[in-house]
Design a protein around this ligand. Structure first.
Ligand SMILES: Nc1ncnc2c1ncn2[C@@H]1O[C@H](COP(=O)(O)OP(=O)(O)OP(=O)(O)O)[C@@H](O)[C@H]1O
Length: 790
């Protein structure tokens, strides 16, 4: 197998202290150590730059049918995934490779048939899991089943792995994106992602005429190089051996791990292998370890321009490792033989009574084995490297010893602190123990006391029970006698009860009868009283009614009469009024028709207030003129056929005279003075007769008026009387009402009494019932007793 091309690159992530490293072209100096790489990418290097340097040659190769491997090595967080898959909107090497492949395929396609396939899987604890196969029932989860590696014609392949043919870059990116997204879903613990190797395989097959070629690029995001997981350590170790073998053209030992088995197929033919180491200089240890791993490789370009990586110290390293193992074995053997010899010597010394100085024996006389070791060690040709390694190891050892010392100090301090804490705790435990003992004692005492008390109580209960038992035994012994006496007592009781019952029944029936009689008597009496009272009331009412009706009839007749007269007078009054109104309204304004007005009943001269119309009309027509002192009215004589006037001192009567009024009134109003009688004597005589008649009439009228006054008074009296009668009637009504109330009360009483009577009857029934029940009980008891006695 010819030596193959392996390229080592380094990518440096930022550091807190840039002073600890420096980059000089292909040399990376870190803490005074120098490491050589094909290219070094600083933190300023872009993803595109890295692609140009690492990715592009790989794409060139696979387009020519040469396989390629790209390994990303480094500790967790160093940036492996970032370089391969990108992040934060930055495409990684994988995307850029695919983009380039598709671009080139597009150019080649008119001439060639190009087929691009993609597969992805991860190796977790030496188990392969497909990253493109989803669960049939859940499109958001991968099928976790483990895939097996199989061989066909000497070529290893993964059985059942999903290989997707890709027609466009978009599809490819989508598959990668989905794989990446879903890969994170199943396990939320992000750390676990750094414990698996993730592999992407792109195969580009080309066919032109009958010539076909295919190149596969395998991109591996290796697990955390600092992991302690045995499977990861094994894989990395085997990978390193593989790389070494590749350099030297040895048969690649691909059987050591799953990853190397998978990579073996690529390596068998021409293959360009690129390893991109990642260091995060902020972490000293991981950075150093990664650099140490890379240091196992030393690259140089040969004269012909072809590149090869030669492991300069590989042979020495292998030998050193072997020798170291031998040294360990020999040391072990020495120790064992020394122990055996020491034991033998000591035993021998004891037998002969001599104390053997073992140190003197072994110190001055080193064994053959030691010499042989020295010879071996001296014979190692790679001493220089071992020394440098030793130096590094010493430095590390020193550091470690410092750390160890610090740790020891810390441990001592801790021990002291712990000792004091333990002491305090012990003291506490002691006091707690004492307290527990005290408490125990107290509890025991209490329990003892309680037990004593309880036993005493139980003892007393026992005694009392014993006494009771004795008593009961005595009772049992006397039981037949007592039962006999009880039976006789019971019989007596039954007889007595029978007697008592009959007596009680008699008494009750008597009482009941008495009660009933009393009730009926009372009710009868009350009824009689009420009837009598009602009768007398009725009689009184009848007498009163008849009296009232007679009285009222009489009074009514009288009132009627008076009313008639009053109506007559009133009508007259109305006539007068009407006449005056007519005069006033000028119904007689032609002045030709004489009108005779007969004034019957004007006891006083027409007053302005009483006869406003008459007064007004007389005044306006000049019939009346006011006297000087306004005490009487003078009537103009020209208007009358005859003047009938009589004056007293301060009064005026123009009554019971008929006079004529002519309209329109004379132009000249002649004032008539009552004392000046200028008329003729005959006429005066006639007037006197008339006056007498009128006076008689007036007297009659006066009589009537007096009568009417009397009648009025009588009417008032009747009214008063009717009021009184009404009052009396009301009182009578009250009386009847109260009597009715009394009757109702009595009825209620009667009802109560009948209720009580019913109650008594019920009581009686109950007593009879209980009597029957008692009899049943007594009979059953009797039967029991008889049985017992028998
Ligand atoms: N050169 C860089 N520039 C910017 N960001 C970076 C760089 N390298 C790494 N990162 C960021 O650091 C974080 C860790 O990086 P990444 O996941 O690539 O590390 P890793 O080596 O793959 O770790 P693991 O092995 O744990 O998966 C990511 O968020 C990534 O975006």
């Amino acid at each position: 197998m010819a030596s193959q091309v392996v390229r080592l690159y380094l990518r440096v992530r930022h550091t807190k202290d840039p002073g600890v490293y420096s980059i000089n072209h292909k040399n990376f100096s870190y803490r005074n150590e120098n490491y050589v790489f094909r290219s070094i990418f600083s933190k300023e290097s872009s993803q595109q730059e890295i692609y140009e340097e690492i990715g592009k040659p790989l794409v060139d190769n696979i387009m020519q049918g040469i396989n390629g491997i790209l390994l990303a090595y480094g500790s967790s967080g160093a940036g492996k995934t970032y370089s391969l898959l990108g992040d934060q909107g930055q495409d990684g090497l994988l995307q850029r490779v695919l983009e380039d492949v598709f671009q080139r395929a597009r150019i080649l396609k008119p001439k060639k048939a190009i087929n691009i396939v993609l597969s992805s899987f991860e190796i977790d604890k030496e188990r392969i899991k497909d990253l493109a196969k989803l669960l049939p029932n859940n499109k958001n989860r991968f099928n976790e089943e483990t895939l097996e590696i199989r061989e066909h014609l000497g070529n290893a392949y993964i059985d059942n792995l999903t290989v997707t043919q890709i027609d466009s870059l978009k599809d490819a990116l989508h598959i990668i994106q989905e794989g990446r997204r879903l890969r994170k879903i199943p396990d939320p613990n992000f750390e676990s992602l750094s414990l698996v190797h993730t592999v992407f395989k792109i195969t580009v097959s080309q066919k032109e005429m009958n010539v076909s070629k295919a190149g596969t690029l395998t991109i591996v995001d290796l697990a955390d190089s600092e992991s302690n997981q045995s499977s990861i350590l094994k894989t990395l170790d085997s990978l390193r051996n593989l790389i070494i073998d590749l350099q030297q053209g040895h048969h690649a030992s691909s059987d050591e791990s799953i990853l190397t088995k998978i990579l073996a197929n690529n390596i068998k033919h021409n293959c360009l292998t690129s390893v991109l180491f990642h260091v995060n200089t902020s972490n000293d240890q991981t950075c150093h370890n990664t650099l140490m791993f890379s240091n196992n490789c030393y690259s140089h370009e040969n004269d012909s321009g072809t590149e090869s990586l030669v492991f300069k110290s590989q042979q020495q390293m292998v030998r050193v490792r072997k020798l170291q193992d031998e040294i360990k074995d020999l040391k072990h053997q020495i120790d064992k033989t020394q122990e055996i010899h020491e034991g033998k010597l000591r035993g021998f010394g004891e037998i002969i009574g001599f104390n053997v100085d073992i140190e003197a024996v072994f110190g001055n006389n080193p064994g053959k084995e030691k010499k042989s070791i020295e010879n071996h060690v001296n014979s190692v040709e790679i001493l220089d490297e071992v020394q440098t390694r030793n130096k590094r190891l010493e430095l590390k050892l020193n550091k470690n010893s410092i750390i160890f010392e610090e740790l020891q100090k810390f441990e001592l301090k801790n021990k002291e602190r712990n000792a004091s804490q333990i002491k305090a705790l012990e003291d506490q435990i002691k006091t707690v123990k004492l307290e527990i003992i005290e408490l125990n004692e107290k509890i025991q005492e209490n329990v003892r006391k309680k037990l004593n008390h309880r036993t005493e109580e139980l003892h007393q209960i026992l005694i009392s029970n014993h006494l009771l038992l004795e008593e009961k035994a005595a009772i049992i012994q006397n039981l037949p006698l007592t039962l006999q006496s009880i039976a006789s007592d019971m019989r007596a009781v039954i007889d007595y009860k029978e007697l008592g019952k009959s007596e009680l029944e008699n008494e009750l029936s008597k009482k009941y009868k008495q009660n009933e009689e009393n009730h009926s008597k009372n009710i009868k009496k009350i009824k009689q009283d009420i009837d009598q009272a009602l009768k007398t009331l009725d009689n009184k009412m009848r007498v009163f009614d008849t009296e009232c009706s007679i009285y009222i009839r009489e009074k009514y007749e009288r009132i009627k009469r008076i009313e008639k007269e009053i109506i007559k007078l009133y009508n007259l009054y109305l006539d007068q009024d009407r006449l005056i109104k007519n005069i006033e309204c000028g119904l007689f304004n032609n002045g030709i028709k004489p009108i005779y007005i007969t004034i019957h009943d004007i006891p006083k001269p027409p007053q302005r207030e009483k006869y406003p119309y008459l007064f007004k009309s007389l005044m306006t027509n000049g019939v009346l003129t006011s006297s000087k002192d306004n005490n009487f009215i003078k009537i103009s004589n020209s208007l009358f056929t005859k003047k009938y006037s009589r004056t007293t001192k301060n009064s005026f009567y123009a009554v019971r005279s008929s006079f004529r009024i002519t309209f329109p009134p004379p132009e000249k109003v002649v004032e008539i003075k009552p004392d000046e009688g200028d008329d003729e004597e005959d006429e005066e005589g006639k007037d006197d007769i008339k006056l007498e008649e009128e006076e008689e009439e007036e007297e009659e009228k006066e009589e009537i008026s007096e009568k009417s006054i009397i009648l009025r008074e009588e009417a008032e009296k009747i009214q008063k009387r009717t009021v009184e009668i009404a009052k009396k009637a009301k009182e009578m009504k009250y009386e009847t009402n109260s009597l009715e109330v009394k009757v109702r009360d009595k009825e209620v009483e009667i009802r109560k009494m009948t209720g009580e009577r019913d109650k008594h009857r019920e009581l009686y029934c109950n007593i009879v019932k209980s009597k029957v029940e008692n009899r049943v009980v007594i009979e059953s008891q009797k039967r029991l007793l008889d049985k017992f006695i028998i």
